[in-house]
Design a binder for this molecule. Structure first.
Ligand code: C5P
Length: 222
């Protein structure tokens, strides 16, 4: 069996990261949550009052930062300049601003280089918005995961509850719809299904069912 690259893309709250994590664990592959990297940069931009609309300032900020994803017993941790920001990057103010930061092409070019370095070490499951189209266009398996916006908002709500973050389903639905719109309509590597990606609707699937579907597709390509 050969090691393969698995690219999982889709809109916010489709269950990509939960399912990608399970698949990576079962296959003993590296899991890379690219959304966490854009979130960490957004946190730094907010902390340093960097102009979120400035292409140059956002690219320079990334050049001055280190963003690492490190495996840990309690799941993957996200380190920003050595500080564990895994919890903070999930806060609503980050979700509300990340799509603005993620729209800048110059910064994305640097981010994609980082992601290539991380993926260079054998089998990998990477999730995001542009993995199948821009980051790993040669991936052996590309999956585009989605679900209705109502179901995605409901899942985010439950997730937030577990993390102790207060939110309302209506507000989450609006936030998710706006983020999808910004991610889909931007010029630089927009959220779009790659031509050779397999569409997986998870609206009525459990986490395990979605993970099994991906593992089956992966086994056919190894
Ligand atoms: O996956 P998650 O919802 O944490 O991603 C947060 C945001 O990061 C997305 O809404 C999008 O703006 C950006 N992102 C991106 N490209 C990726 C992954 C995430 O632009 N590959």
């Amino acid at each position: 069996m050969k090691n393969i690259q698995i690219a999982i893309d889709g809109p916010a709250g489709a269950g990509k990261s939960t399912v990608a994590k399970i698949a990576a664990e079962k296959l003993q592959y590296t899991y890379i949550d690219t959304g966490a990297m854009y979130r960490a940069l957004t946190l730094k931009a907010l902390r340093t009052s960097t102009d979120l609309d400035s292409e140059q300032a956002i690219a320079d900020l990334l050049k001055d930062s280190t963003i690492e994803l490190v495996p840990a017993e309690n799941g993957q941790r996200v380190l920003l300049d050595g500080e564990d920001v895994s919890e903070e990057i999930r806060f609503p103010n980050i979700s509300a601003n990340v799509s603005k930061v993620a729209a800048h092409a110059a910064m994305r070019a640097i981010m994609v280089d980082l992601q290539h370095d991380m993926a260079a070490r054998g089998g990998v499951v990477m999730d995001g918005r542009d993995i199948g189209t821009a980051v790993l266009p040669q991936a052996e398996l590309k999956v585009f995961m989605s679900a209705t916006v109502e179901e995605r908002a409901r899942r985010r709500f439950e997730d937030n509850n577990k993390r102790g973050i207060e939110s309302s389903i209506e507000q989450l639905q609006q936030e998710i719809a706006l983020r999808d719109k910004m991610d889909s309509e931007r010029e630089a590597s927009p959220l779009v299904q790659a031509e050779d990606a397999i569409f997986l609707d998870t609206t009525t699937l459990s986490i395990d069912e979605a993970a099994d579907a991906i593992l089956k597709l992966a086994s056919e390509r190894m």
